[in-house]
Design a protein around this ligand. Structure first.
Ligand SMILES: [Zn+2]
Length: 442
């Protein structure tokens, strides 16, 4: 009778036990270097977690990184603590926290004990993650020379990185232009077509960088000559006639647009929040670039056009004499006749064709290696995403859709989603001296 009861209880206990706890170890870097943030996620939905530990082991040495025990209310306590089904332990590992770490390999070990009961005791669950320990900054060697760059402009740099580099390119302030393998180059040879932000006037913040899987980083200054080009300022008068023409037209074509408040309120929403959303969308589109030079020779200015507003014009918007907004114009405005044919400025592949709020009807063409051109305010579009276009091929007609005072083409050039001065790309001498002199163009 007693024996039967014990068997019964044991079976009940086994039933209660459920699946073993799960433990998942992740890191913010693939390897351990200066400082890698490790997180272990523990889960025991049936019986609850008893205690959890996170340790770092290398050779004979091991160190407790983090530990937690969970209270279990006594069987006779009226206030039994609720069981803990999920918990995380996090710790920073690397040379900054464990000065004794050596190059090679280390093990991160996470251990989970389940809540033991009067008739339950379980072996702990141990999960280990072996990680490379990399403590030296990666090799980074500059190969190209004579980097003459301009605020708001572009350049190319050629360099070589050592094994294990997972990210490299140019950092200019907050703007990062990632590199690509150098076409026809040897092992580790890469190049970056990079953007110098229009808002950055300090060449000290322009660096070539290489980073490995552990976050070890090498940086080199490489710019030989830097020319400042501060934004020009301009004021724009917002008339009621302009607001009446552009605001309802944009509001009706922009899904989810908040059309509450005055026309001026709505205009400020378009020029502010909607502008930011469009820029985020362009940044996402910018990732869809081909690793090839799809363009040939200087970019084409739309024929028979006059250059109006230029790149990096800092605009103060006045309404009834009062400054209501401030934005920077980052393209080149080209005015011709109404509904004039718009040619592709260079050969490439269409990556966007459609409504782009402030830009109205717009087309974006990828020219490869992060370089893209945008055509805004068009009255009609005659290409679709995926189309391969030749330099000069008509992609639509000019117009005044979006935030446009009148019929014109807004031509904007991006490098990995950052606006750069289009004039450099319209200049074949600039291309010869700054691009073709460093990488072999097809
Ligand atoms: Zn414009």
């Amino acid at each position: 009778m007693v024996a039967l009861a014990v068997v019964g209880l044991a079976a009940w206990g086994a039933l209660r036990r459920g699946p073993a706890p799960s433990v998942v170890i992740t890191g913010d870097h693939e390897a351990i270097g200066p400082a890698t943030r490790i997180t272990a996620h523990f889960s025991e939905p049936s019986g609850g977690l008893g205690a959890i530990r996170l340790e770092l082991v290398q050779g004979e040495r091991s160190v407790m990184l983090a530990e937690r025990r969970f209270a279990r209310g006594g069987a006779f306590s009226p206030f039994r603590s609720p069981r803990t089904a999920e918990a995380d332990l996090t710790a920073t590992v690397g040379r900054s926290a464990q000065a004794w770490l050596q190059e090679g390999e280390a093990t991160v070990r996470a251990t989970a004990d389940r809540m033991a009961g009067p008739l339950r005791s379980h072996a702990p669950v141990v999960v280990e993650k072996k990680m490379a320990v990399l403590l030296r900054p990666p090799r980074l060697e500059l190969l190209s020379r004579q980097h003459y760059v301009r605020q708001g402009g572009c350049g190319v740099v050629v360099f070589r990185v050592g094994d294990g580099v997972v990210s490299s390119g140019v950092r200019a302030g907050d703007t990062v232009s990632l590199s690509f393998p150098l076409p026809g180059g040897g092992p580790g040879e890469r190049f970056a077509l990079f953007a110098i932000p229009w808002e950055l006037d300090d060449v000290g913040q322009v660096r070539l960088f290489a980073e490995d899987a552990a976050g070890n980083r090498s940086e080199l200054p490489f710019v030989d000559l830097f020319k400042k080009a501060p934004p020009k300022s301009d004021t724009i008068e917002l008339s009621d006639a302009f607001l009446e023409r552009v605001v309802p037209a944009i509001a009706s074509q922009t899904p989810g647009f908040d059309a509450s408040g005055s026309l001026l309120d709505q205009y400020l929403r378009i020029n502010g929040k909607e502008r930011q959303e469009v820029l985020a969308k362009i940044a996402a589109i910018a990732k869809n670039t081909e690793s090839a030079f799809l363009w040939r020779g200087a970019f084409l200015q739309m024929p028979d056009t006059q250059r109006r507003a230029g790149f990096a014009e800092s605009r103060t918007y006045l309404y009834q004499g009062r400054a209501v907004d401030h934005q920077t114009h980052l393209g080149l405005d080209l005015a011709s006749t109404e509904h004039a044919p718009v040619p592709a400025a260079n050969s490439g592949r269409v990556v966007f064709a459609g409504w782009l709020v402030i830009y109205g009807n717009a087309v974006i063409i990828d020219h490869g290696y992060g370089l893209m051109s945008l055509y805004g305010h068009m009255s009609s579009i005659s290409v679709k995403p995926g189309d391969v276009v030749a330099k000069g091929q008509q992609i639509g007609n000019s117009g005044s859709t979006g935030l446009a005072g009148g019929d014109h083409l807004h031509l904007e050039i991006f490098v990995q989603g950052k606006s750069v001065d289009p004039l450099e790309w319209l200049d074949e001498h600039w291309i010869r001296d700054n691009i073709a002199s460093k990488v072999k163009l097809p």
